[in-house]
Design a protein around this ligand. Structure first.
Ligand code: 6R9
Length: 646
């Protein structure tokens, strides 16, 4: 790991909201007087009825209960739109950049208000009420923002499903939260390729049932099947409604959204976030971490289908009255200069992306970057997975020309917002480290027994204090919430990540220690891929592990045992890859499939993944102790036929 340190420039320390002394002072207060600290911070949001109680939290076994600002009343859409209208009605809220570089639009706060009200009125006329779940399956078009904010406006709970997910994955998520309304588009467009969203929705509904209405946004103009009693075109019904829609009064702890995420089991978890604490936390972190000032143009390249899109394309920036860029396309279309051209086109000042994109663009060389100006840039950020120091240095040197600090932000769907991160005016940077905790965040590194380790240490990362943005429950399954996050180490939230703390108190996230793999910054449960594989008629058993991948961070390596008498052919290998791709979505496609006559199991029948990981990593000499295996001979075959042999 790199030991290089980059100091905060005097200029940054002076102009940022927070310098190092201020960070230390605010951090100390945030942990010594959380009620005072958060009570003040929460005033950044407009409350319809002010709160009197700040924190009311228990991490006690059997009684996990998390409430912030619970007697306050507010509306998230009001905070993201209406309250800005007087001062910023004509300011651009959203810059939309299409997949096709010739398409872009500026949407002012006034226009955003009108569009969100129309969408909200459409939902209200279809009888969608406070607390109802609405599934959003849209590409990165402005209507995705309208739909999310429209739900927030009327108190409906949105569940955004990434448009790269398959009909089956979509069906699973519709069923889990029993949503009766879906908002989708005819097709999506990414990198010049069309994605059949409406057809996917039709297939998903066939499986899930229970859907009353489908709102269809016209994106590409493709011919799609419309069910006359269930489906209607957004542009047609939008003509029938007004641009005024009063906001629903929401309690701080009323749900704002559900977002499904992969865990250690095959069934995705509906992570539930509520209104008040989430919005306070998203807005505050967006302001301080990106040092957002009025007039800045801010671009987060995530998709709204992931939490990063929720907190840092939409809710955080809009709550702060920012100009936020929403990008429909991909980094390498029409060519590898796309990101940098978009930065020049819209004078982007703050740019936030994923290490996987940086690594892919780094492989394309410096030329596509250097032929652009990027002089508007002042701050860079990363999120989603650990960034290797080489990619960090390239981002810093070539993209930022050594004048832009990089904020490496560690957080999770569950945490709602950024928890460990540098602040650009305060924190010296070490490439590869997410550095220090944000205000109010108390990380702890524990050993296997849950004992807290002091000082320099390596172990598992827990959080011992609540913060307003954290998830409140797993939708419809509070027992699973406790089981997943609070049972490994009693009284503490366990992140699932491994972590090292160095002598300066900096945190270095080392990656997941559970059965979650991080492919291009997207979380995949190994169990999800395994259950997809075993659903194939020719597969008897499957075990999936991650392995280091140059661009994706981690690749998916699947060991597959076939049904007796089935030939392990190259064709079948391709068929299985296509099967998983279709079943879950392209992000779950296995990179490697190894046909395995047997899997290494203990005598009690547990698959020893440790061994499978080592073989996938091409480290057959460090398998460790294999004597507890029921049949140690299976390992020889696995080693001999490994796919990643160098
Ligand atoms: C926001 C988001 C969460 C997991 C998390 C960790 C990894 C995210 C990271 C990082 C190292 C960073 N992760 N940011 N690892 N450094 N800066 O990505 O949420 O999709 O839920 O993933 O991603 O392993 O536990 P999510």
């Amino acid at each position: 790991m790199s030991e290089k340190i980059y100091d905060v420039s005097a200029d940054w320390a002076k102009r940022a909201y927070v310098d190092d002394a201020k960070y230390r002072e605010m951090y100390a207060r945030s942990v010594s007087d959380p009620n005072g600290f958060w009570g003040e911070q929460a005033r950044r949001i407009d409350w319809i009825k002010p709160f009197h109680k700040v924190e009311n939290v228990s991490f006690a076994p059997g009684n996990i209960s998390i409430k912030w600002f619970e007697d306050g009343v507010l509306n998230a859409a009001w905070n993201c739109i209406d309250r800005h209208l007087d001062k910023r009605g004509n300011q651009t809220a959203i810059i939309w950049e299409g997949d096709d570089p010739s398409q872009s639009r500026h949407i002012t706060y006034r226009q955003l208000h009108d569009e969100v009200c129309k969408m909200a009125n459409i939902l209200r006329t279809r009888n969608v009420k406070k607390g109802d779940r609405v599934t959003i399956y849209l590409p990165m078009i402005p209507e995705a923002a309208y739909a999310m904010l429209a739900c927030a406006r009327i108190g409906a709970i949105h569940s955004v499903v990434f448009a790269g997910f398959s009909p089956d994955s979509l069906a699973q998520r519709i069923t889990d939260c029993q949503s009766k309304v879906i908002i989708t588009a005819d097709e999506g467009l990414r990198g010049g390729k069309k994605v059949p969203l409406k057809a996917n929705v039709d297939a998903a509904i066939e499986k899930a049932g229970g859907v009353d209405w489908v709102v269809v946004v016209k994106r590409t103009g493709a011919a799609v099947d419309m069910n006359p009693t269930r489906d209607f075109w957004y542009h047609e019904v939008a003509k029938l409604v007004t641009t005024e829609c009063p906001v629903e009064h929401m309690h701080a702890e009323d749900p704002l959204f559900i977002l499904y995420t992969s865990g250690s089991t095959g069934q995705p978890k509906g992570v539930l976030h509520t209104t008040g604490g989430y919005l306070v936390y998203a807005a505050m972190t967006h302001q301080y971490v990106f040092d957002y000032h009025d007039g800045d143009v801010y671009w987060c390249t995530a998709d709204v289908g992931w939490v990063t899109g929720h907190s840092y394309i939409l809710y955080g920036p809009l709550a702060n009255g920012a100009t936020t860029l929403m990008f429909e396309g991909v980094p390498n279309y029409p060519d590898n200069s796309r990101f940098w051209n978009v930065i020049d086109k819209h004078n982007v000042n703050i740019f936030y992306t994923a290490p996987t994109a940086i690594r892919a663009l780094m492989q394309a060389g410096d030329e596509p970057v250097k032929k652009t100006s990027r002089k508007s840039l002042k701050l860079l950020g990363t999120v989603g997975e650990p960034i290797n120091p080489e990619a960090w240095e390239w981002y810093y040197r070539v993209v930022g020309e050594e004048r832009c600090p990089i904020v490496d932000t560690w957080w999770q769907t569950e945490t709602g917002g950024i928890l460990i991160t540098p602040l650009p005016g305060a924190t010296k940077l070490k490439p590869g480290s997410a550095t220090r905790p944000f205000f109010g965040v108390v990380p702890e590194i524990v050993d296997a027994d849950g004992k807290a380790l002091e000082g320099e240490a390596t172990g598992n990362l827990c959080l011992v204090r609540s913060w307003p943005g954290m998830m409140r429950t797993v939708y419809g399954d509070h027992a699973r919430f406790e089981q997943t996050y609070f049972s490994t180490y009693k009284g503490k939230y366990f992140t699932g990540d491994g972590c090292r703390r160095d002598a300066d108190g900096y945190y270095w996230i080392t990656g997941r220690v559970d059965d979650v793999i991080n492919v291009s910054g997207h979380r995949m449960g190994t169990a999800e891929v395994e259950s997809s594989l075993v659903a194939h008629a020719k597969v008897s058993e499957a075990a999936v592990v991650g392995y280091p991948h140059d661009i994706k961070g981690q690749g998916i390596y699947a060991y597959v045992t076939l049904m007796a008498g089935t030939e392990p052919t190259e064709e079948l290998r391709k068929e299985l890859v296509a099967w998983v791709r279709k079943d879950i979505g392209p992000i779950a496609s296995p990179d490697q499939i190894q046909f395995a006559p047997g899997l290494p199991k203990t005598r009690s029948g547990k698959i020893m993944r440790r061994i499978l990981r080592k073989i996938a990593e091409d480290e057959p000499s460090s398998l460790g102790d294999t004597s507890t295996l029921a049949d140690p001979a299976v390992v020889d075959d696995l080693v001999k036929n490994r796919q990643n042999k160098k």
